[in-house]
Design a protein around this ligand. Sequence first.
Ligand code: 6PG
Length: 250
Amino acid sequence: MSELRVLPDPEALSHAAADTFLSAATEAIRDRALFSVALAGGSTPRRAYEIIAQTWRAAPGGPLDWSRVHLFWGDERHVPPDHPDSNFRMANDVLIRRVPIPPGNVHPIPSAFPDAGEAADRYQEELRQFFKLRAGQVPRLDLILLGMGADGHVASLFPGTEALEITDRLVAANRVERLRSWRITLTLPVLNHAAKLVAMVAGREKSETLRRVIDGPHTPPLLPAERLQPDSGTLLWLVDEEAAWWAAAK
Ligand code: 6PG
């Protein structure tokens, strides 16, 4: 099941994303005393993370119990954690260092390894151990936050790249020739097994891609964003009016 929610502007989108995060966290902690979430990288989610850091004390069920929150990442650039391009660094700057989350609850992708494949193997093992997975089992994160590129990529699953087709791994190293760089990313099976997928898309430059993802035609080869098809969870598109001007025209 997927839902498209159009917000007036990026600020409203960020507030909606922060509220969704806090509601999902409150619900998961109430039901299972644990909230597992994979953060998105890029620029769109930054403001939402700032808002979470400012508003978690007023979460729906009372102040969020950060000791029950475990942060993962949907993807990471193949750079050290203090690099300007690091998704971990962005989240650390605007969220992690501003909330009382125990360091052991923060699970960054070990992107400093010289070999991206090694980083992917280690993160995969970390997921297996944390979620106590049997061989072949896929973790069910409570929430996975995503952005989307204008080319329809999500996480670091780019059109035409090898990792997009991997179904027998949880985490993969992915060579992105267009960027002339390596990425480490969760694979589609993990994304599609999440309880909640929330994709944040803002800006006119993404509107044609978003329109295709939402309205079709879903002509092969499907874009990575079109392959977000939760097997039992939900998919929420949080978009601004610039990215979804066509929705208003309906
Ligand atoms: C990354 C992200 C990536 C991002 C999209 C959108 O590591 O860059 O995980 O998938 O979400 O590229 O990026 P913007 O939010 O900057 O447009």
